[in-house]
Design a protein around this ligand. Structure first.
Ligand code: C5P
Length: 394
């Protein structure tokens, strides 16, 4: 999809149409110009006046309205659009699109479109699960129409299951992801994420607290900008982004081995993992019995993976992360110097495990503080920053 500046928002007849008002508000708040087209049934659920007020433009509801000079709104309305999004898309509308029907304005302009079409289905769970709907959806997928959702949960009819329209914020986040400029096309990015676990015995281990969220967000953001991503992850409970190469590891030594195995031809290495600095010197093969008041475990130092990569003769562009609890800038800059990194990103330990964060980027030029935001948005900003730095050094 090319950059999304102009969107045609189609609304069909379903109770989720009330959510379209919120979606429209989110779209316009991002500076996207939105032309709304509603079916006759949609007008039973929400008024064109509401959508006109929120979009700042007259809403089209019929092929036969006289306010398009050449009388061809089904052609004219979509010609300057970067995409058409139909949300909610009813079962009936999905059926029409699957069969190429064009008996109202919205279906006709979808048939006549020359831009991408996205739909957010919304219907009762039995309507969604009906083989006829599933056949139609498969047809849409085959026709390169992007199907967003549906979500699953409580439905307005009182039933519970799949068929709810995705939340407007979730739709926005998919549009934002599709809308990212492909700055890293043909670039390979290696990312480490999550904690490592260093075994004491078969049931116990030493670890760092790390959810892996920032590393997974960076993998997602890197995929959005067109990079080929390898994610080497310690144990987390996160759903990995699709389309990246995922390598699961447990200990720092495993992570080190997998980083070395996957290092060839990488352009960028982003080390977000909270690697345990030490591991038990002699992990027990059997479970250690509780038969003394004090137990002493000897620890030996783990390899510093990032320092190893950054110290190679021709390293990828290396970005480190530092989670600090005090004097955060001073400690982070010390690490940057010691590990010979062009860039280190520092955050306070208090954001660990959260969905949002506050980060500062440190490089040779000084410090660049980003406003507090969701980790996915910070990941996108960080990649922008890296892209800018790489361009300057080309
Ligand atoms: O643990 P520390 O604060 O030194 O981590 C700073 C950076 O070094 C992080 O990017 C982390 O992923 C990386 N690191 C590593 N191997 C270690 C320790 C840290 O790659 N053994």
């Amino acid at each position: 999809m090319q950059k999304l500046n102009h969107l045609l928002l189609g609304i069909t007849g379903g109770i989720a149409a009330y959510k379209s008002a919120e979606l429209l508000r989110l779209l316009t708040s991002k500076g996207i110009s939105v032309q709304v087209v509603m079916t006759e049934a949609a007008c039973q659920f929400i008024t064109p006046a509401t959508m006109q007020a929120l979009s700042g433009k007259p809403v089209f509801t019929s092929q036969w309205e006289g306010n398009v000079p050449n009388g061809m709104p089904h052609i004219d309305l979509s010609r300057n659009m970067d995409a058409i999004l139909v949300a909610p898309a009813s079962a009936d509308f999905i059926s029409k699109i699957a069969h190429g029907s064009a008996n109202d304005l919205l279906s006709a302009l979808c048939l006549a479109r020359n831009c991408p079409l996205l739909i957010a289905p919304s219907m009762n769970k039995h309507m969604w699960e009906n083989p006829a709907t599933q056949r139609n959806i498969q047809q849409l997928v085959n026709d390169n129409i992007l199907v967003l959702g549906p979500d699953s949960g409580d439905q307005a009819c009182g039933e519970n299951g799949p068929g709810r329209m995705l939340d407007p914020l979730a739709i926005m986040s998919i549009l934002t992801a599709l809308n990212q400029p492909k700055l890293f096309q043909n670039k390979r990015i290696l990312i480490t994420a999550g904690p490592t676990i260093e075994s004491i015995d078969p049931v116990r281990g030493i670890t760092n607290f790390s959810s892996g969220k920032m590393g997974y967000c960076l993998a997602q953001a890197a995929l959005e900008v067109g990079a080929e991503v390898t994610l080497i992850s310690g144990p987390t409970s996160l759903e990995p982004p699709s389309n990246c190469k995922l390598v699961h590891v447990r200990s720092a030594q495993d992570m080190f081995n997998e980083v070395k195995n996957n290092l060839a031809d990488q352009d960028i290495f982003i080390s977000v993992a909270a690697v345990a600095d030490y591991r038990p010197a002699n992990p027990s093969l059997q479970k250690i019995k509780k038969n003394s008041k004090v137990l002493t475990i000897d620890l030996i130092e783990n390899p510093d993976i990032l320092a190893y990569v950054a110290g190679l003769s021709n390293p990828p562009f290396c970005v480190g992360f530092a989670a600090e609890s005090e004097n955060i800038m001073v400690h982070a800059e010390e690490k940057r110097q010691k590990k010979k990194l062009p860039v280190i990103v520092v955050n306070h330990t208090s954001v660990m495990g959260q969905d949002h964060s506050q980060i500062t980027i440190l490089d040779d030029e000084g410090t660049h503080s980003l406003a507090p935001a969701l980790k996915i948005d910070l990941a996108r900003e960080l990649l922008d920053f890296i892209h800018h730095k790489l361009q300057l050094s080309d």
